[in-house]
Ligand binder design. Structure first.
Ligand SMILES: C[S@@+](CC[C@H](N)C(=O)[O-])C[C@H]1O[C@@H](n2cnc3c(N)ncnc32)[C@H](O)[C@@H]1O
Length: 117
């Protein structure tokens, strides 16, 4: 999973298309990358290191067994600030996890959950 963390910044007006795409690559404007910290985070071995407003963790948990999935859900829960959003993959859910009742379904189709307790 890649982690991106915004630093305090004054964002310029958001362009209609923040990325410029070509056939082989996507490039991001410098003003955007300069204000984001990119870091690698191993869901199996690393701990929570911040409280995020949004965590996107799509299509990873489907590869993990039950105990590892439960551990990662602990990590995701700890990594979200109150009212923070968690986005999972199409085949993933917070239901039947140790923190299932700590989220409300914000957008069922998008697998987007909001931390409520
Ligand atoms: C099927 S891809 C999904 C990629 C992307 N999230 C998506 O939905 O298109 C699974 C991703 O899980 C990442 N991954 C596998 N094990 C991981 C771990 N222990 N910690 C963090 N990421 C992991 C892989 O690097 C890969 O990018």
């Amino acid at each position: 999973m890649h982690v991106v963390q915004h630093t305090a910044w004054d964002a310029p007006a958001w362009p209609a298309d923040p990325t410029t795409t070509s056939k082989s690559r996507i490039s991001r404007p410098r003003w955007l990358t300069e204000n984001i910290v990119f870091a690698q985070h191993n869901l199996v071995t690393d701990c929570s290191f911040n409280e995020f407003h949004l965590v996107l963790c799509r299509n990873v948990l489907i590869y993990f067994n039950n105990s590892l999935t439960a551990r990662v859900h602990d990590l995701l829960y700890e990594s979200l600030c109150p009212s923070g959003f968690l986005c999972l993959g199409d085949k993933e859910s917070v239901h039947f996890t140790p923190h299932g009742d700590c989220y409300e379904e914000f957008d069922a189709r998008g697998r987007l959950y909001r931390k409520i307790r």
